[in-house]
Design a protein around this ligand. Structure first.
Ligand SMILES: C[S@@+](CC[C@H](N)C(=O)[O-])C[C@H]1O[C@@H](n2cnc3c(N)ncnc32)[C@H](O)[C@@H]1O
Length: 267
């Protein structure tokens, strides 16, 4: 069986549905990292490149923005959608750059995925210049809203509650840690950064209901189910999910999500 945690199989849907919405928090994240015009920015776990693209716009024509990711599928979508971007396949714990290369390093909704987040932060800080900023975003919302509850109900109905706990632990081992302000700040301070601060921001993502449900298939639970059920099982699950959401929610939907934006300076 393929590694269901990979984003390879859902990259097209991610680019079509998630990327346009995540461009706004990605832009805010890059702004918080304050790269100088003409400077260099590395975006780790760039996916289809929304934060790297925001960085390129901020840096201007003299600047260099690079996006790295482990998923070739996501990088392929990034290259198609944003052909001017500089992209490379790389693991966050083993970045192919010299020490002190970048003015800023960003990680947009990425750090909770890392198996060893401390090792990844170490390498992300290694490639930063002294005085450079590391900026990270992560989902802050604790309470599950009705949209999320409905999705989890459907997934639990298909695979059971215990399996879902394992799925989350395997795909997003640090989601709880990086949903908590104190824990995020501690992680950045422990990594050696100074002037650490966090901001909580609320975003409103508007979707056609059908797209919202399609987008759920890119989440860890969706990727797991897709792999476990196989093409036919997944297709019938998707159809059921579309019916249930159409019965319960109005179309279009507004999804309000809280996000942490965190930043620290390399001393
Ligand atoms: C939720 S997506 C976020 C993508 C993008 N940053 C955005 O904001 O749209 C997480 C991305 O992190 C990548 N990723 C996960 N673990 C990684 C690792 N250890 N090294 C590099 N990339 C990783 C995944 O392949 C995926 O593209």
């Amino acid at each position: 069986m393929d590694d269901w945690r990979s984003y390879d199989g859902i990259a097209e849907t991610y680019e079509r549905i998630n990327a346009p919405r995540l461009a706004q928090p990605a832009g805010d994240l890059v702004a918080l990292a304050q790269p100088p015009p003409g400077g260099r920015v590395l975006d780790v776990g760039t996916g289809t490149g929304v934060a790297a693209s925001a960085a390129a716009a901020l840096l201007g024509p003299e600047g260099v923005a690079v996006g790295v990711d482990v998923s070739l599928g996501m990088l392929g979508q990034a290259a198609r959608a944003r052909p001017a971007l500089r992209l490379a396949a790389a693991e966050a714990i083993d970045l192919p750059f010299r020490d002190g290369t970048f003015d800023a390093v960003t990680g947009s909704f990425v750090v909770s995925h890392f198996t060893k987040y401390q090792t990844a932060l170490f390498d992300m800080i290694r490639v930063l210049k002294t005085g450079g900023r590391l900026a990270l975003s992560s989902w802050a919302d604790g309470d599950r809203d009705e949209l999320q509850k409905t999705w989890l109900e459907l997934v639990e109905g298909a695979v059971g509650q215990q399996m879902l706990i394992d799925v989350r632990a395997q795909a997003l081992p640090w989601a709880d840690r990086f949903a908590d302000r104190t824990a995020i700040e501690e992680a950045l301070l422990d990594a050696g950064l100074k002037h650490v601060r966090t901001e909580r921001r609320e975003y409103r993502f508007a979707y056609a209901l059908h797209d919202y449900v399609e987008g759920l298939g890119t989440w860890s639970t969706g990727r797991f189910l897709r792999s476990m059920l196989g093409p036919e099982g997944w297709e019938s699950f998707r159809r059921k999910a579309q019916r249930v959401f159409a019965d319960r929610f109005s179309d279009p939907v507004n999804d309000f999500r809280d996000v942490w934006l965190a930043v620290g300076v390399k001393p």
